[in-house]
Design a protein around this ligand. Structure first.
Ligand code: TEU
Length: 538
């Protein structure tokens, strides 16, 4: 039988370019920085890179407000550099996944400036959602929809009387996906990047593109596809078309959807031979550090994907969520935006320990794993950034009650003793665009390279061992009962993963042969301390 496609069991490293490495010394990460650090990514052992948006953008939402999907933001580099980066990475065996943002564009996108310059009712406006305001004077939003960023999903246009829809920030006007030019434009954007060597596309906010043209209020009970903007049935037409475009290339390309839906049946509808290749599995990330809940999240994710014939894409964190080392140091380690708040008591050492165990858990399961930059260093959320430096619209739009997502986007520490913790690959250099905490010196790449028991060394060993120990192509997961606070399963190869979620030591059965442990254990030792995972040889 032909080999499984690369993305079935890939380890994908998510690069947030502004914060990965600074190649030109201006304090902001860039493509030159990524190119300089490609050997690091090769040594880590990743199979692919996913770049969060690197396009021309006013950067009001970390680049998810795109002005031009066919060019690179000058702060980050040039299109030529992006092409060179894709080719250089590929020469090291590392593929590239790019991020495409179809729901909205930036407010300075030529389509939107043309729309606001045109009179109400003109065709230029049809690519967006313009409506008169509600109320006798038209000074209320047309609907009462609320944004995941907080506040209304409508703003009054800058120099006119109508309102325009933006599910996210006001600087991200929603496109009208019923418009044929919108569809054609994005199909062309896919081709543009496939032609430049992209091996995959991560689809941003994939479930919310389509809107009910009548723009009704959100019903009290949402069933099936009757929500006015979320997970509507007609969104699938778009992805069927995208799949045709993708399949017109070689069968090496992947479409990965960012689909946040609690309903697994509805989520499953996005994946299949005629739609997306796979979707992120957020359930494990959303689950608390607790045996039954974690196991249920794993089982449900596996079950859904088994039926779909597409392996899961496991996620522990990304540029939107509180870093795992911090989350797992909290009483409630599950993720939701509602739980992002200031001053939650956190034991970061405990969190880091548990996050390492979670990494071994997800890396032992069938499917691909997405690692967000810095997870391999055990970086924690930076929660004491000066408030005047916070950039995330989620912070401002919540009136400051939600800390927002800047705390997981702080520039990486590369060298313990260098200014800016070596964020810049050359010197002298401006200070990193967000300040790094002093304790990150211990977490810097060079410091972790010198310590055998560091998180970085654990990730390197895990990535090197993973395919040898667990047969990636075999979906078998057989659960083992090693106690109520233990998550343990054997894979088809006979190798096993055991996670001690309890408070006491776990003694492994006789003959257990530990290949890798997420925390120090004595050689030949069969004791798994609390908050620790081990991989066992067959
Ligand atoms: O995130 C999508 C997003 O924020 C929503 O799906 C939201 O999480 C959900 O509705 C809450 O329940 C993506 C990007 O990852 C993020 O960085 C962007 O800010 C956002 O889209 C807008 O482009």
């Amino acid at each position: 039988s032909p080999a499984a496609p690369w993305w079935h069991d890939a380890v994908v490293y998510q690069v947030y370019p502004k914060s990965f490495a600074d190649g030109d010394g201006d304090g902001t990460g860039d493509l030159a920085g990524v190119r300089a650090r490609l050997p690091y990514l090769r040594d880590l052992g990743v199979d692919a890179l996913w770049f969060t948006p690197w396009y021309v953008s006013p950067q009001e939402d970390g680049g998810y407000d795109v002005t031009d999907h066919r060019d690179i933001d000058p702060v980050l580099g040039t299109l030529e550099q992006a092409e060179a980066l894709i080719a250089e990475a590929r020469a090291l065996g590392i593929r590239t996944i790019i991020d495409v943002v179809p729901n909205h564009v930036a407010a300075d996108h030529p389509w939107f400036t043309a729309a606001t310059a045109a009179a109400p009712g003109s065709p230029e406006r049809d690519r967006f959602w313009f409506r008169p305001g509600a109320g006798p004077d038209g000074d209320s939003p047309p609907t009462g929809w609320t944004s995941p960023f907080g506040g209304a999903t409508w703003s009054r246009e800058p120099d006119g009387d109508e309102w325009y829809l933006h599910l996210f920030a006001p600087g991200q006007p929603d496109l009208n996906w019923n418009h044929p030019e919108v569809r054609a434009e994005y199909e062309d954007i896919l081709r543009f990047w496939f032609d430049r060597g992209a091996a995959g596309i991560r689809i941003d906010s994939a479930a919310v593109l389509m809107k009910d043209p009548d723009l009704p209020e959100v019903p009290a009970t949402v069933t099936g596809g009757n929500h006015p903007f979320e997970d509507r049935d007609d969104v699938h037409e778009v992805y069927r078309r995208w799949r045709q475009v993708t399949d017109s290339y070689d069968d090496d390309r992947v479409l990965v959807g960012e689909v946040w839906l609690a309903d697994r049946e509805r989520l499953a509808r996005y994946v299949g031979p005629e739609e997306l290749h796979t979707v992120f599995g957020f359930d494990v990330m959303a689950a608390p550090w607790e045996q039954a809940a974690l196991r249920a999240a794993v089982v449900e994710t596996l079950r859904t994907h088994e039926r779909l014939g597409a392996p899961p894409a496991w996620v522990l964190g990304n540029h939107d969520v509180t870093r795992p080392a911090t989350r797992y140091g909290r009483e409630d380690s599950s993720f939701s935006y509602a739980r992002k708040a200031w001053g939650i008591p956190t034991d970061v050492e405990l969190g880091r320990r548990r996050a390492r165990a979670m990494a071994l858990l997800t890396l032992a399961l069938p499917g691909s794993c997405y690692i967000y930059q810095g997870e391999e260093l055990g970086l924690d959320e930076v929660e004491d950034l000066p408030r005047d430096l916070l950039q995330d619209p989620m912070y401002a739009r919540s009136g400051g009650s939600n800390p927002g997502r800047d705390g997981c986007r702080v520039p990486l520490p590369w060298r313990a003793d260098a200014p800016g913790l070596g964020f810049a690959v050359t010197s002298p250099a401006a200070a990193p665009w967000l300040p790094q905490p002093a304790h990150w010196a211990d977490l810097a790449v060079d410091a972790q390279e010198r310590r055998a028991d560091s998180t970085l060394q654990l990730y390197r060993r895990a990535l090197a061992l993973r395919r040898r120990l667990f047969d990636a192509g075999d979906p078998t997961v057989v659960w083992m009962d090693l106690g109520e606070d233990v998550l343990a399963f054997r894979r088809g190869s006979g190798a096993a993963c055991v996670v001690n979620l309890g408070e006491g030591d776990l003694v492994l059965p006789d003959g257990a042969d530990v290949a890798l442990a997420s925390a120090a254990t004595a050689p030949g030792d069969r004791v798994v301390p609390p908050g620790t995972a081990v991989w066992l040889r067959p």
